[in-house]
Design a protein around this ligand. Structure first.
Ligand code: HEM
Length: 520
Protein backbone atom coordinates (compact mmCIF):
# COMPACT_ATOMS: atom_id res chain seq x y z
CA UNK A 1 0.00 0.00 0.00
CA UNK A 2 2.68 2.50 1.15
CA UNK A 3 5.08 1.39 -1.51
CA UNK A 4 2.53 1.92 -4.28
CA UNK A 5 1.71 5.40 -2.87
CA UNK A 6 5.45 6.26 -2.88
CA UNK A 7 5.78 4.87 -6.40
CA UNK A 8 2.77 6.88 -7.59
CA UNK A 9 4.28 9.98 -5.96
CA UNK A 10 7.57 9.39 -7.73
CA UNK A 11 5.82 8.90 -11.07
CA UNK A 12 3.92 12.19 -10.59
CA UNK A 13 7.16 14.00 -9.65
CA UNK A 14 9.01 12.54 -12.64
CA UNK A 15 6.17 13.51 -14.99
CA UNK A 16 6.05 17.06 -13.62
CA UNK A 17 9.87 17.24 -13.93
CA UNK A 18 9.82 16.04 -17.54
CA UNK A 19 7.04 18.45 -18.49
CA UNK A 20 8.86 21.33 -16.79
CA UNK A 21 12.09 20.43 -18.56
CA UNK A 22 10.38 20.39 -21.94
CA UNK A 23 8.69 23.72 -21.32
CA UNK A 24 12.05 25.27 -20.31
CA UNK A 25 13.75 23.72 -23.33
CA UNK A 26 11.17 25.39 -25.56
CA UNK A 27 11.78 28.72 -23.79
CA UNK A 28 15.48 28.59 -24.70
CA UNK A 29 14.59 27.82 -28.31
CA UNK A 30 15.96 24.26 -27.92
CA UNK A 31 19.55 25.50 -27.63
CA UNK A 32 21.95 22.86 -26.33
CA UNK A 33 23.82 23.60 -23.10
CA UNK A 34 24.15 23.11 -19.37
CA UNK A 35 21.62 21.19 -17.29
CA UNK A 36 22.00 21.81 -13.58
CA UNK A 37 20.34 21.95 -10.17
CA UNK A 38 20.15 25.71 -9.52
CA UNK A 39 20.23 28.78 -11.75
CA UNK A 40 23.80 30.18 -11.70
CA UNK A 41 22.80 33.61 -10.37
CA UNK A 42 20.25 32.35 -7.84
CA UNK A 43 21.27 32.54 -4.20
CA UNK A 44 21.85 28.77 -3.98
CA UNK A 45 23.64 28.63 -7.33
CA UNK A 46 25.94 31.55 -6.49
CA UNK A 47 26.69 30.35 -2.96
CA UNK A 48 27.77 26.84 -4.01
CA UNK A 49 31.06 26.24 -5.83
CA UNK A 50 31.23 25.42 -9.52
CA UNK A 51 30.70 21.70 -10.16
CA UNK A 52 29.16 19.45 -12.79
CA UNK A 53 25.70 19.83 -11.23
CA UNK A 54 26.01 23.48 -10.17
CA UNK A 55 27.76 25.78 -12.68
CA UNK A 56 27.57 28.65 -10.17
CA UNK A 57 29.20 32.05 -10.63
CA UNK A 58 32.59 30.91 -11.83
CA UNK A 59 31.73 28.49 -14.65
CA UNK A 60 32.45 30.98 -17.48
CA UNK A 61 36.02 31.11 -16.16
CA UNK A 62 36.47 27.46 -15.17
CA UNK A 63 35.05 26.07 -18.40
CA UNK A 64 36.10 28.84 -20.80
CA UNK A 65 38.15 26.59 -23.06
CA UNK A 66 35.63 23.94 -23.91
CA UNK A 67 32.04 24.75 -23.05
CA UNK A 68 31.04 26.54 -26.28
CA UNK A 69 33.13 24.07 -28.30
CA UNK A 70 31.39 21.15 -26.60
CA UNK A 71 27.96 22.41 -27.66
CA UNK A 72 29.29 23.59 -31.07
CA UNK A 73 27.67 26.99 -30.65
CA UNK A 74 28.70 30.45 -29.43
CA UNK A 75 25.31 30.71 -27.73
CA UNK A 76 24.14 28.03 -25.31
CA UNK A 77 21.38 27.47 -22.77
CA UNK A 78 21.44 26.71 -19.07
CA UNK A 79 18.40 24.95 -17.64
CA UNK A 80 18.06 24.64 -13.86
CA UNK A 81 16.26 21.38 -13.06
CA UNK A 82 15.34 22.13 -9.44
CA UNK A 83 14.89 25.87 -9.20
CA UNK A 84 15.29 29.07 -11.19
CA UNK A 85 14.54 30.53 -14.59
CA UNK A 86 16.20 29.34 -17.82
CA UNK A 87 19.29 31.18 -19.07
CA UNK A 88 20.88 31.80 -22.45
CA UNK A 89 24.63 32.55 -22.39
CA UNK A 90 26.40 34.01 -25.39
CA UNK A 91 30.06 34.45 -26.35
CA UNK A 92 29.11 35.85 -29.78
CA UNK A 93 29.65 39.59 -30.38
CA UNK A 94 26.79 39.60 -32.89
CA UNK A 95 24.32 38.22 -30.34
CA UNK A 96 25.77 40.34 -27.49
CA UNK A 97 25.13 43.50 -29.50
CA UNK A 98 21.50 42.48 -30.03
CA UNK A 99 21.04 41.93 -26.28
CA UNK A 100 22.80 45.10 -25.09
CA UNK A 101 21.54 47.59 -27.69
CA UNK A 102 19.08 49.25 -25.29
CA UNK A 103 16.01 47.44 -26.72
CA UNK A 104 12.85 47.92 -24.61
CA UNK A 105 11.80 44.24 -24.59
CA UNK A 106 14.59 43.18 -22.20
CA UNK A 107 15.46 44.70 -18.83
CA UNK A 108 17.97 44.54 -16.00
CA UNK A 109 16.22 42.41 -13.39
CA UNK A 110 16.87 43.65 -9.83
CA UNK A 111 18.10 40.22 -8.69
CA UNK A 112 20.57 39.85 -11.55
CA UNK A 113 23.23 42.28 -10.32
CA UNK A 114 24.26 40.62 -7.09
CA UNK A 115 20.97 41.94 -5.66
CA UNK A 116 22.65 45.35 -5.39
CA UNK A 117 19.34 47.15 -4.97
CA UNK A 118 18.20 44.75 -2.26
CA UNK A 119 21.37 45.40 -0.29
CA UNK A 120 21.77 49.14 -0.83
CA UNK A 121 18.69 50.57 -2.49
CA UNK A 122 17.97 51.49 -6.10
CA UNK A 123 20.94 52.74 -8.08
CA UNK A 124 22.09 53.45 -11.61
CA UNK A 125 23.58 49.98 -12.17
CA UNK A 126 20.61 47.88 -11.14
CA UNK A 127 17.65 50.05 -12.25
CA UNK A 128 15.98 50.17 -15.64
CA UNK A 129 13.41 52.07 -17.73
CA UNK A 130 12.12 55.36 -16.18
CA UNK A 131 13.84 54.73 -12.86
CA UNK A 132 17.15 54.27 -14.72
CA UNK A 133 16.65 57.49 -16.67
CA UNK A 134 16.14 59.38 -13.40
CA UNK A 135 19.31 57.90 -11.88
CA UNK A 136 21.34 58.43 -15.01
CA UNK A 137 20.25 62.08 -15.31
CA UNK A 138 21.73 62.73 -11.88
CA UNK A 139 24.73 60.40 -12.09
CA UNK A 140 25.84 61.51 -15.60
CA UNK A 141 26.97 65.03 -14.59
CA UNK A 142 29.02 63.57 -11.73
CA UNK A 143 31.64 62.56 -14.34
CA UNK A 144 33.43 65.59 -15.73
CA UNK A 145 36.72 66.60 -17.33
CA UNK A 146 37.67 68.58 -14.24
CA UNK A 147 37.12 65.38 -12.26
CA UNK A 148 39.53 63.48 -14.53
CA UNK A 149 42.18 66.19 -14.05
CA UNK A 150 41.77 65.58 -10.32
CA UNK A 151 42.15 61.81 -10.83
CA UNK A 152 45.46 62.26 -12.69
CA UNK A 153 46.78 64.60 -9.98
CA UNK A 154 45.71 62.42 -7.08
CA UNK A 155 47.20 59.27 -8.63
CA UNK A 156 50.62 60.94 -8.67
CA UNK A 157 50.26 62.17 -5.08
CA UNK A 158 48.99 58.87 -3.68
CA UNK A 159 51.63 56.90 -5.57
CA UNK A 160 54.38 59.02 -4.02
CA UNK A 161 52.82 58.59 -0.56
CA UNK A 162 52.60 54.84 -1.08
CA UNK A 163 56.25 54.31 -2.01
CA UNK A 164 57.40 56.63 0.77
CA UNK A 165 55.18 55.21 3.52
CA UNK A 166 55.92 51.61 2.58
CA UNK A 167 59.65 52.35 2.86
CA UNK A 168 60.20 51.14 -0.71
CA UNK A 169 62.45 54.09 -1.53
CA UNK A 170 65.17 52.67 0.69
CA UNK A 171 64.94 49.12 -0.59
CA UNK A 172 66.22 48.09 -4.01
CA UNK A 173 64.19 44.87 -4.15
CA UNK A 174 60.82 44.20 -2.54
CA UNK A 175 58.96 40.90 -2.29
CA UNK A 176 55.19 41.36 -2.25
CA UNK A 177 53.00 38.39 -1.35
CA UNK A 178 49.79 39.92 -2.70
CA UNK A 179 50.03 42.96 -4.94
CA UNK A 180 46.22 42.94 -4.90
CA UNK A 181 46.20 44.33 -1.35
CA UNK A 182 48.23 47.38 -2.35
CA UNK A 183 46.23 47.97 -5.51
CA UNK A 184 42.94 47.59 -3.71
CA UNK A 185 44.05 50.16 -1.14
CA UNK A 186 45.34 52.42 -3.91
CA UNK A 187 42.11 52.30 -5.92
CA UNK A 188 40.06 52.79 -2.74
CA UNK A 189 42.24 55.82 -1.99
CA UNK A 190 41.61 57.31 -5.44
CA UNK A 191 37.86 56.80 -5.32
CA UNK A 192 37.78 58.16 -1.76
CA UNK A 193 39.72 61.29 -2.74
CA UNK A 194 38.29 61.89 -6.22
CA UNK A 195 34.89 60.32 -5.66
CA UNK A 196 34.12 61.58 -2.18
CA UNK A 197 36.57 64.34 -1.33
CA UNK A 198 37.89 62.27 1.60
CA UNK A 199 41.52 62.74 2.71
CA UNK A 200 42.61 59.04 2.65
CA UNK A 201 46.27 59.36 3.70
CA UNK A 202 48.21 56.23 2.69
CA UNK A 203 49.75 55.83 6.12
CA UNK A 204 46.60 56.23 8.16
CA UNK A 205 47.82 55.69 11.70
CA UNK A 206 45.12 57.81 13.35
CA UNK A 207 42.88 55.96 15.76
CA UNK A 208 39.51 55.48 14.13
CA UNK A 209 36.79 56.32 16.59
CA UNK A 210 34.16 54.31 14.77
CA UNK A 211 33.40 50.71 15.80
CA UNK A 212 35.15 49.40 12.72
CA UNK A 213 37.50 51.36 10.43
CA UNK A 214 35.84 52.25 7.15
CA UNK A 215 38.43 50.50 4.96
CA UNK A 216 37.99 47.23 6.84
CA UNK A 217 34.20 47.56 6.77
CA UNK A 218 34.24 48.03 3.00
CA UNK A 219 36.46 45.02 2.43
CA UNK A 220 34.17 42.84 4.56
CA UNK A 221 31.07 44.18 2.86
CA UNK A 222 32.40 43.33 -0.58
CA UNK A 223 33.47 39.83 0.48
CA UNK A 224 30.23 38.94 2.27
CA UNK A 225 27.35 40.11 0.11
CA UNK A 226 26.04 36.59 -0.45
CA UNK A 227 26.10 35.83 3.29
CA UNK A 228 24.26 39.10 3.93
CA UNK A 229 21.58 38.26 1.37
CA UNK A 230 21.12 34.72 2.60
CA UNK A 231 20.97 35.47 6.33
CA UNK A 232 17.62 36.37 7.92
CA UNK A 233 17.76 39.23 10.47
CA UNK A 234 17.11 36.97 13.50
CA UNK A 235 20.25 34.94 12.82
CA UNK A 236 22.48 37.91 13.70
CA UNK A 237 21.30 37.47 17.30
CA UNK A 238 22.81 33.97 17.45
CA UNK A 239 26.29 33.56 18.97
CA UNK A 240 28.02 33.21 15.58
CA UNK A 241 31.08 35.56 15.52
CA UNK A 242 31.34 35.61 11.71
CA UNK A 243 27.76 36.89 11.41
CA UNK A 244 28.38 39.57 14.05
CA UNK A 245 31.39 40.79 12.09
CA UNK A 246 29.43 40.88 8.84
CA UNK A 247 26.56 42.73 10.49
CA UNK A 248 28.92 45.25 12.06
CA UNK A 249 30.69 45.81 8.73
CA UNK A 250 27.41 46.48 6.88
CA UNK A 251 26.14 48.80 9.61
CA UNK A 252 29.44 50.62 9.84
CA UNK A 253 29.79 51.14 6.06
CA UNK A 254 26.18 52.22 5.85
CA UNK A 255 26.46 54.76 8.70
CA UNK A 256 29.61 56.19 7.18
CA UNK A 257 28.12 56.59 3.71
CA UNK A 258 24.93 58.15 5.05
CA UNK A 259 26.95 60.64 7.09
CA UNK A 260 28.91 61.53 3.96
CA UNK A 261 25.73 62.34 2.06
CA UNK A 262 24.23 64.41 4.90
CA UNK A 263 27.47 66.35 5.32
CA UNK A 264 27.65 67.07 1.59
CA UNK A 265 24.02 68.19 1.48
CA UNK A 266 24.57 70.50 4.44
CA UNK A 267 27.75 71.88 2.86
CA UNK A 268 26.06 72.58 -0.47
CA UNK A 269 22.96 73.98 1.25
CA UNK A 270 25.05 76.51 3.14
CA UNK A 271 26.75 77.86 0.02
CA UNK A 272 25.41 80.80 -1.89
CA UNK A 273 27.48 80.23 -5.03
CA UNK A 274 26.48 77.90 -7.87
CA UNK A 275 26.65 74.49 -6.20
CA UNK A 276 27.97 72.75 -9.29
CA UNK A 277 31.15 74.82 -9.07
CA UNK A 278 31.93 74.00 -5.47
CA UNK A 279 33.79 70.71 -5.94
CA UNK A 280 34.85 68.28 -8.65
CA UNK A 281 34.56 65.00 -6.78
CA UNK A 282 31.79 62.60 -7.83
CA UNK A 283 29.78 62.95 -4.61
CA UNK A 284 29.64 66.76 -4.71
CA UNK A 285 28.55 66.69 -8.32
CA UNK A 286 26.06 63.88 -7.68
CA UNK A 287 24.38 65.65 -4.76
CA UNK A 288 24.47 68.99 -6.59
CA UNK A 289 22.88 67.45 -9.71
CA UNK A 290 20.21 65.79 -7.58
CA UNK A 291 19.40 69.05 -5.75
CA UNK A 292 19.25 70.88 -9.09
CA UNK A 293 16.56 68.43 -10.29
CA UNK A 294 14.28 69.63 -7.46
CA UNK A 295 11.44 67.21 -6.84
CA UNK A 296 12.73 64.96 -9.64
CA UNK A 297 16.03 64.52 -7.80
CA UNK A 298 17.02 61.35 -5.97
CA UNK A 299 15.85 60.45 -2.47
CA UNK A 300 18.45 59.97 0.28
CA UNK A 301 18.09 56.21 -0.12
CA UNK A 302 18.71 56.47 -3.88
CA UNK A 303 21.72 58.74 -3.36
CA UNK A 304 22.97 56.16 -0.90
CA UNK A 305 22.54 53.35 -3.47
CA UNK A 306 24.63 55.31 -5.99
CA UNK A 307 27.30 56.28 -3.48
CA UNK A 308 27.72 52.59 -2.71
CA UNK A 309 27.99 51.81 -6.44
CA UNK A 310 30.63 54.50 -6.97
CA UNK A 311 32.59 53.17 -4.03
CA UNK A 312 32.59 49.58 -5.28
CA UNK A 313 32.32 49.87 -9.07
CA UNK A 314 34.90 52.62 -8.77
CA UNK A 315 37.60 50.69 -6.97
CA UNK A 316 37.28 46.91 -7.10
CA UNK A 317 37.19 46.77 -10.91
CA UNK A 318 40.23 48.97 -11.45
CA UNK A 319 42.20 47.27 -8.67
CA UNK A 320 41.51 43.78 -10.07
CA UNK A 321 42.57 44.84 -13.57
CA UNK A 322 45.74 46.58 -12.39
CA UNK A 323 46.70 43.43 -10.45
CA UNK A 324 46.15 41.34 -13.59
CA UNK A 325 48.18 43.83 -15.67
CA UNK A 326 51.20 43.68 -13.36
CA UNK A 327 50.94 39.89 -13.13
CA UNK A 328 50.91 39.53 -16.92
CA UNK A 329 53.70 42.06 -17.46
CA UNK A 330 55.82 40.21 -14.89
CA UNK A 331 55.81 37.14 -17.13
CA UNK A 332 56.01 39.12 -20.41
CA UNK A 333 59.19 41.13 -19.94
CA UNK A 334 59.22 42.08 -23.64
CA UNK A 335 55.86 43.86 -23.25
CA UNK A 336 56.99 45.45 -20.01
CA UNK A 337 60.15 46.79 -21.67
CA UNK A 338 58.12 48.22 -24.56
CA UNK A 339 55.84 50.01 -22.09
CA UNK A 340 58.77 51.39 -20.07
CA UNK A 341 60.43 52.69 -23.24
CA UNK A 342 57.29 54.62 -24.21
CA UNK A 343 56.82 56.00 -20.70
CA UNK A 344 60.42 57.24 -20.64
CA UNK A 345 60.03 58.85 -24.04
CA UNK A 346 56.79 60.64 -23.13
CA UNK A 347 57.41 61.52 -19.49
CA UNK A 348 61.17 61.41 -19.11
CA UNK A 349 62.53 60.52 -15.66
CA UNK A 350 60.60 63.04 -13.60
CA UNK A 351 57.40 64.36 -15.12
CA UNK A 352 54.05 63.26 -13.66
CA UNK A 353 51.44 62.00 -16.14
CA UNK A 354 48.53 64.38 -16.79
CA UNK A 355 45.09 64.12 -18.34
CA UNK A 356 46.57 65.68 -21.49
CA UNK A 357 49.04 62.77 -21.73
CA UNK A 358 46.12 60.34 -21.49
CA UNK A 359 44.02 62.23 -24.03
CA UNK A 360 46.87 62.80 -26.51
CA UNK A 361 47.17 59.05 -27.08
CA UNK A 362 50.96 59.16 -26.60
CA UNK A 363 50.72 56.51 -23.87
CA UNK A 364 48.18 54.34 -25.70
CA UNK A 365 50.55 51.38 -26.01
CA UNK A 366 50.90 51.39 -22.21
CA UNK A 367 47.13 51.54 -21.88
CA UNK A 368 46.97 48.54 -24.23
CA UNK A 369 48.74 46.46 -21.53
CA UNK A 370 45.82 47.25 -19.20
CA UNK A 371 43.20 46.64 -21.89
CA UNK A 372 44.63 43.24 -22.75
CA UNK A 373 44.63 42.32 -19.03
CA UNK A 374 40.98 43.41 -18.84
CA UNK A 375 40.23 41.17 -21.84
CA UNK A 376 41.77 38.15 -20.15
CA UNK A 377 40.30 38.93 -16.70
CA UNK A 378 37.20 41.12 -17.21
CA UNK A 379 36.00 42.41 -13.80
CA UNK A 380 32.44 42.82 -15.07
CA UNK A 381 32.47 39.26 -16.36
CA UNK A 382 28.79 39.11 -17.30
CA UNK A 383 25.98 41.48 -18.29
CA UNK A 384 22.45 40.19 -17.87
CA UNK A 385 19.07 41.17 -19.25
CA UNK A 386 15.72 39.40 -18.77
CA UNK A 387 13.13 39.19 -21.55
CA UNK A 388 9.80 40.92 -20.86
CA UNK A 389 8.25 40.06 -24.23
CA UNK A 390 8.83 37.43 -26.90
CA UNK A 391 11.95 38.47 -28.79
CA UNK A 392 13.94 37.11 -31.71
CA UNK A 393 17.72 37.02 -31.87
CA UNK A 394 19.52 36.50 -35.18
CA UNK A 395 21.98 33.60 -34.99
CA UNK A 396 25.36 34.22 -36.68
CA UNK A 397 26.05 32.21 -39.85
CA UNK A 398 28.96 30.41 -38.11
CA UNK A 399 26.36 28.90 -35.76
CA UNK A 400 24.02 27.88 -38.56
CA UNK A 401 22.08 31.16 -39.02
CA UNK A 402 18.35 31.53 -38.49
CA UNK A 403 16.62 33.00 -35.42
CA UNK A 404 16.07 32.16 -31.79
CA UNK A 405 12.55 32.90 -30.56
CA UNK A 406 12.61 33.60 -26.84
CA UNK A 407 9.51 34.19 -24.69
CA UNK A 408 9.33 36.42 -21.56
CA UNK A 409 11.08 35.28 -18.40
CA UNK A 410 14.37 34.08 -19.91
CA UNK A 411 17.66 35.48 -18.60
CA UNK A 412 20.08 36.51 -21.36
CA UNK A 413 23.69 36.61 -20.23
CA UNK A 414 26.51 38.16 -22.23
CA UNK A 415 29.49 36.12 -21.09
CA UNK A 416 32.44 38.50 -21.45
CA UNK A 417 34.92 35.79 -20.54
CA UNK A 418 33.50 33.55 -23.27
CA UNK A 419 33.49 36.48 -25.69
CA UNK A 420 37.08 37.47 -24.86
CA UNK A 421 38.31 33.90 -25.28
CA UNK A 422 36.34 33.41 -28.50
CA UNK A 423 39.02 32.64 -31.13
CA UNK A 424 36.96 34.10 -33.95
CA UNK A 425 37.11 37.48 -32.19
CA UNK A 426 40.55 37.20 -30.58
CA UNK A 427 42.86 34.76 -32.40
CA UNK A 428 45.05 32.72 -30.03
CA UNK A 429 42.92 34.02 -27.15
CA UNK A 430 45.05 32.70 -24.27
CA UNK A 431 48.05 34.74 -25.45
CA UNK A 432 48.73 38.09 -23.76
CA UNK A 433 49.13 40.45 -26.71
CA UNK A 434 48.58 44.14 -25.93
CA UNK A 435 49.03 45.02 -29.63
CA UNK A 436 45.46 43.78 -30.22
CA UNK A 437 44.38 47.09 -28.69
CA UNK A 438 46.66 49.47 -30.57
CA UNK A 439 44.43 52.09 -32.16
CA UNK A 440 41.33 50.88 -30.28
CA UNK A 441 38.52 53.32 -29.49
CA UNK A 442 36.74 53.46 -26.13
CA UNK A 443 33.71 51.78 -27.66
CA UNK A 444 35.88 48.80 -28.76
CA UNK A 445 36.67 48.05 -25.11
CA UNK A 446 34.11 45.32 -24.58
CA UNK A 447 35.28 44.78 -20.97
CA UNK A 448 33.43 48.03 -20.17
CA UNK A 449 30.36 46.39 -21.75
CA UNK A 450 28.77 47.57 -24.98
CA UNK A 451 25.73 49.66 -25.92
CA UNK A 452 24.02 52.47 -24.03
CA UNK A 453 24.53 50.87 -20.60
CA UNK A 454 28.30 50.49 -20.98
CA UNK A 455 30.44 51.67 -18.05
CA UNK A 456 30.00 55.34 -17.26
CA UNK A 457 33.21 55.28 -15.21
CA UNK A 458 35.46 54.07 -18.03
CA UNK A 459 37.35 57.33 -18.49
CA UNK A 460 37.82 57.60 -14.72
CA UNK A 461 39.27 54.07 -14.76
CA UNK A 462 41.45 54.68 -17.83
CA UNK A 463 42.96 57.88 -16.43
CA UNK A 464 43.61 56.22 -13.07
CA UNK A 465 45.10 53.05 -14.56
CA UNK A 466 47.27 54.72 -17.16
CA UNK A 467 48.69 57.29 -14.72
CA UNK A 468 49.37 54.60 -12.12
CA UNK A 469 51.06 52.23 -14.59
CA UNK A 470 53.20 55.02 -16.02
CA UNK A 471 54.49 55.95 -12.58
CA UNK A 472 54.90 52.41 -11.30
CA UNK A 473 56.56 50.85 -14.35
CA UNK A 474 58.92 53.81 -14.76
CA UNK A 475 60.24 53.16 -11.24
CA UNK A 476 60.00 49.39 -10.82
CA UNK A 477 60.89 46.29 -12.76
CA UNK A 478 58.14 43.77 -12.07
CA UNK A 479 58.89 40.03 -11.91
CA UNK A 480 57.02 36.99 -10.61
CA UNK A 481 57.88 36.12 -7.00
CA UNK A 482 58.79 32.46 -7.45
CA UNK A 483 58.71 29.78 -4.77
CA UNK A 484 61.96 27.91 -4.26
CA UNK A 485 62.69 25.85 -7.40
CA UNK A 486 59.58 27.12 -9.20
CA UNK A 487 59.74 28.05 -12.89
CA UNK A 488 57.91 31.01 -14.44
CA UNK A 489 55.50 28.59 -16.14
CA UNK A 490 54.72 26.93 -12.82
CA UNK A 491 54.19 30.40 -11.29
CA UNK A 492 51.71 31.17 -14.08
CA UNK A 493 49.87 27.93 -13.41
CA UNK A 494 49.77 28.67 -9.66
CA UNK A 495 49.09 32.39 -9.69
CA UNK A 496 47.15 33.34 -12.82
CA UNK A 497 43.96 32.01 -11.26
CA UNK A 498 40.76 33.97 -11.01
CA UNK A 499 37.22 33.93 -9.74
CA UNK A 500 34.69 36.21 -8.10
CA UNK A 501 36.59 38.35 -5.60
CA UNK A 502 34.19 40.63 -3.78
CA UNK A 503 31.38 41.78 -6.01
CA UNK A 504 33.40 41.49 -9.21
CA UNK A 505 35.62 38.99 -11.01
CA UNK A 506 39.40 39.13 -10.78
CA UNK A 507 42.77 37.49 -10.28
CA UNK A 508 43.55 35.85 -6.95
CA UNK A 509 46.54 36.97 -4.82
CA UNK A 510 49.48 37.81 -7.08
CA UNK A 511 52.99 37.47 -5.55
CA UNK A 512 55.52 39.78 -7.22
CA UNK A 513 59.10 40.92 -6.87
CA UNK A 514 59.71 44.57 -7.69
CA UNK A 515 63.17 46.02 -8.28
CA UNK A 516 64.07 49.72 -8.47
CA UNK A 517 64.88 50.91 -12.02
CA UNK A 518 65.79 54.50 -11.23
CA UNK A 519 66.13 56.84 -8.28
CA UNK A 520 62.41 56.77 -7.55
C1 HEM B 1 38.55 48.62 -15.10
C2 HEM B 1 37.55 49.27 -14.54
C3 HEM B 1 36.10 49.04 -14.83
C4 HEM B 1 35.49 48.03 -15.51
C5 HEM B 1 36.13 46.84 -16.22
C6 HEM B 1 34.06 48.30 -15.47
C7 HEM B 1 33.10 47.51 -16.08
C8 HEM B 1 31.76 47.83 -16.16
C9 HEM B 1 30.77 47.06 -16.87
C10 HEM B 1 31.04 45.75 -17.62
C11 HEM B 1 29.57 47.71 -16.73
C12 HEM B 1 28.22 47.28 -17.33
C13 HEM B 1 27.47 46.38 -16.36
C14 HEM B 1 26.18 45.88 -16.93
O1 HEM B 1 25.80 46.16 -18.05
O2 HEM B 1 25.52 45.13 -16.19
C15 HEM B 1 29.80 48.88 -15.92
C16 HEM B 1 28.83 49.78 -15.56
C17 HEM B 1 29.04 50.83 -14.68
N1 HEM B 1 30.24 51.22 -14.13
FE1 HEM B 1 32.06 50.41 -14.52
N2 HEM B 1 33.85 49.45 -14.76
C18 HEM B 1 35.07 49.94 -14.35
C19 HEM B 1 35.30 51.08 -13.61
C20 HEM B 1 34.32 51.92 -13.12
C21 HEM B 1 34.56 53.11 -12.34
C22 HEM B 1 35.94 53.63 -11.96
C23 HEM B 1 33.32 53.64 -12.01
C24 HEM B 1 32.97 54.84 -11.19
C25 HEM B 1 33.82 55.66 -10.65
C26 HEM B 1 32.32 52.78 -12.63
C27 HEM B 1 30.96 52.98 -12.56
C28 HEM B 1 30.02 52.28 -13.29
C29 HEM B 1 28.60 52.62 -13.31
C30 HEM B 1 27.92 53.72 -12.51
C31 HEM B 1 27.98 51.71 -14.20
C32 HEM B 1 26.50 51.66 -14.60
C33 HEM B 1 26.30 52.43 -15.90
C34 HEM B 1 24.86 52.39 -16.42
O3 HEM B 1 24.15 51.40 -16.24
O4 HEM B 1 24.48 53.37 -17.05
N3 HEM B 1 32.96 51.75 -13.29
N4 HEM B 1 31.14 48.94 -15.59
Amino acid sequence: MWSSAVLAGLVVLATVGILRYHSLLKKVSYLPGLRCAFAPLSLAGAALPTSAWNPGLDWPWEWKWDVYKRYKSQTISCIPLIRGQPYIYTSSMEVAKQILNGRPDVFKAPDSNGALSELWGDNVVSSDYDMYKRHRRVVGPAFSRAGYVLVAEEVSKLYREMVESEGWLNTPEICIQSVNDYLSKFALGIISRCGFGLPFPWADTANDDRDMPFRRALALVSENSIIRLATPAWMYKLPIPKLHTVDKAFRSASTFMRSLISAKKAELGSQTEDVTRSGQDLLTRLVAASEAEGKNGLSDQELFGNVFIFMFAGHETTAHTLAATLALLSVHQDEQNKAVEIISKVLGDERQPTLEDVESGSLDKVLACFEEAARLFPPGSIATRDTTETITLAVPDEDGGGHLVIPPGVRLVVDFIGLHYNPSLFPNPGHYDPSRWYGARETDMSFFSIGPRACIGRKFAIVEALCFLSLFLRDWKVEPLLNKGETADQWKERCLQAGFAGLTFGVRDIPLKITRRTDA
